[in-house]
Design a protein around this ligand. Structure first.
Ligand SMILES: Nc1ccn([C@@H]2O[C@H](COP(=O)(O)O)[C@@H](O)[C@H]2O)c(=O)n1
Ligand SMILES: C[C@@]1(CO)OP(=O)(O)OP(=O)(O)OC[C@H]1O
Length: 159
């Protein structure tokens, strides 16, 4: 069996009054992430890690932010398409580990719902999706609440 790893990193600005899509759910907050899509930074890093693991370029390559068909799109649709592309190349997900970097709000209470939604979209076990969160102790753009960042690593297998 072939085993490969992938890594993803992404950042989105936070703006007052926007819906805050994170991990496939809407998190109640005064600010939301800005992007061409729904700006779900956690889904984006999972997509990038999966694509990287299979050497299939990145999310912007497959879904350009210059293409009107992706304006405001639900990132769960992008993740579902990434899974289709990944499986077409013979890969299956082993596990995912991720970290959201966000000063506020606290997202821990929402993590079980994110894992449930993402597992359904990806067709994997919830136990294979780990989501963690950290502040940056009020330092940098995350600490100033100007943006949200996320990291993900994945392991994929090919029979
Ligand atoms: N937006 C966030 C950030 C952090 N958490 C949780 O709080 C714990 C303490 O955060 P530190 O920045 O001191 O690491 C952390 O372990 C997270 O579980 C959160 O829920 N939402
Ligand atoms: C997801 C895409 C889809 O158009 O738009 P954005 O929401 O701007 O997100 P980004 O993380 O910059 O990556 C790639 C984009 O193509």
């Amino acid at each position: 069996m072939k085993i490969r790893v992938g890594f993803g990193y992404d950042v989105h600005q936070l703006k007052e009054g926007l819906p805050f899509w994170l991990g496939g759910i809407e998190v109640p907050h005064t600010h939301g992430a800005l992007g061409h899509s729904d700006a779900d930074v956690l889904i984006h890093v999972i997509c990038d890690a999966l694509l990287g693991a299979a050497n299939l370029r990145d999310i912007g390559f497959h879904f350009p932010d210059t293409d009107a068909q992706y304006k405001g799109i639900d990132s769960k649709k992008l993740l579902a398409e990434v899974m289709r592309i990944l499986r077409a190349k013979g890969y299956e997900v082993g596990n995912i580990d991720s970290t959201i970097c966000l000063e506020r709000p606290k997202v821990n209470p929402h993590i079980p719902a994110m894992r449930t939604v993402l597992a359904q979209v990806m067709g994997v076990d919830e136990d294979d999706i780990s989501i963690k969160a950290t502040t940056t102790e009020k330092l940098g753009f995350v600490g100033r609440q100007e943006g949200v960042a996320a990291y993900a690593t994945v392991l994929v297998t090919k029979a």
